[in-house]
Design a protein around this ligand. Structure first.
Ligand SMILES: [Zn+2]
Ligand SMILES: [Zn+2]
Length: 197
């Protein structure tokens, strides 16, 4: 087990564990690891890729069920860890077993110890690694216990099934404050006026 470092409020931060599923591109893993290490004060660890469990495959849509994958990942999280699963295959979820499932970019419960994201829908119109990281931060916000945010530019915005990643520029001030207490180091905006005549 990896022990976390001290957070900004003196509380112990959890270790962030990246768990890729086989087939997830190495360049994307490295990108997400680098961004996490820049933004997070706790330990960041990348685990060896594991096969996607066959039990999660949903043949009618040729997708993987996100809830099954998340339950699978939750069994692999130790105390003091928060785990991020990475899949390159399309994922879906059905809120009601009588209704058809729908495709999603990621899934988490709140608060929790694990989340999962898929690059498939994020990369639908081209590879955008920063958008993938935004989805990851959104999910980690839920893992932290934060709900959706009304601020349109906030990473915790509810996309309502759409893709609003291009409009999201960062966590808003209250969301950022809560994340930073949990060991993140998102800079607070300092108001500054520069005049030059
Ligand atoms: Zn959400
Ligand atoms: Zn917010």
């Amino acid at each position: 087990m990896v022990c976390g470092n001290e957070g900004t409020d003196g509380a112990e931060t959890n270790a962030c564990v990246i768990q890729p599923f086989e087939g997830f591109p190495e360049s994307d893993i490295q990108y997400l690891e680098r961004r996490l290490k820049e933004d997070y004060t706790g330990a960041v660890e990348v685990r060896k890729a594991i096969p996607l469990p066959k039990s999660a495959f949903y043949p009618p849509r040729s997708r993987y069920r996100a809830d099954t994958l998340l339950a699978f990942l939750k069994r692999r999280v130790a105390d003091g860890e928060r785990l991020i699963g990475l899949a390159h295959r399309d994922m879906s979820y059905a809120q009601d077993s009588m209704k058809p499932d729908f495709g999603i970019m990621g899934m988490s419960t709140m608060p929790s110890k694990a989340c999962i994201i898929s690059s498939r829908r994020v990369y639908k119109n081209g590879v955008k690694q920063d958008h993938l990281y935004k989805v990851e931060l959104h999910k980690l916000g839920h893992v932290r216990g934060l709900r959706h945010c009304a601020e349109k530019t906030c990473y915790l915005r509810d996309a309502n099934g759409g893709n609003t990643l291009h409009e999201e520029t960062g966590f808003c001030a209250p969301c950022k404050k809560s994340m930073n207490v949990a060991g993140w180091r998102f800079p607070q905006v300092v108001s500054f006026t520069d005049l030059r005549y």
